[in-house]
Design a protein around this ligand. Structure first.
Ligand SMILES: [Zn+2]
Length: 198
């Protein structure tokens, strides 16, 4: 990669896979973002590196691939989850480390990412703002959901009630085609839900 401060080019030691059973310590580093931070050998700048990575949680039957966007990489990803060993798996593709971290948090919170994307869609409409919302966490006895979005150089928080999420989960239940189109390895993001809800 190339340092965006001094321009030095250097090799990045990539992490190819994080298996939550075999490498729980790597999962911690992934969630904190540290897994993706590399120091420039010339000027010491801390940079966000990007490399293809497989996140695999065997207990949850969950695979999330961080793609580099190349067709070759994605063909390899599709081939890897094609076998019978992966029957019953949820498979996702994401394009940024931030999106990968968000997905892990969503599934760790026991939420369905499709329903959550619908909840973000609804929340964007309520806010009346075209913003990129990210899941931040669930808190309190009421399971209030916190979403974040960047605005004017700052991270804004927006809280939504769990009932909003439940209503969105209901929409998904009543429209089985939406869930069906998310089988195999696919991107479940803003574009995915907007294709159905527009
Ligand atoms: Zn540098």
């Amino acid at each position: 990669m190339k340092c965006n401060r001094c321009g030095a080019a250097f090799e990045v030691d990539a992490v190819a896979a994080v298996n939550t059973e075999r490498n729980p310590e790597l999962k911690e580093k992934l969630i904190s973002g540290e897994l993706f931070v590399r120091e420039c050998p010339q000027c010491g700048a801390r940079l966000l590196a990007k490399f293809p990575l497989l996140y695999h949680d065997p207990a949850e039957k969950l695979m999330i691939w961080l793609s580099d966007g190349s067709a070759d990489t994605e063909a390899r990803m599709q081939a890897a989850v094609g076998g019978e060993d992966f029957a019953g798996y949820t498979g996702r593709i994401v394009d940024t480390p931030g999106a990968l971290i968000e997905k892990v948090k969503i599934f760790d919170a026991g939420l369905d990412d499709i329903s959550l994307e619908v909840a973000k869609f609804v929340t964007r409409q309520e806010l009346g703002k075209d913003v990129a919302l990210l899941f931040f966490g669930l808190d309190g006895a009421d399971n209030e959901i916190t979403l974040t979005y960047p605005e004017a150089g700052q991270m804004q928080l927006v809280k939504i009630g769990f009932n909003v999420y439940e209503d969105c989960a209901g929409i998904i239940l009543r429209n089985p085609d939406i869930k069906k189109s998310a089988t195999g390895l696919c991107r479940v993001d803003r574009g995915f839900v907007e294709a159905f809800l527009r």
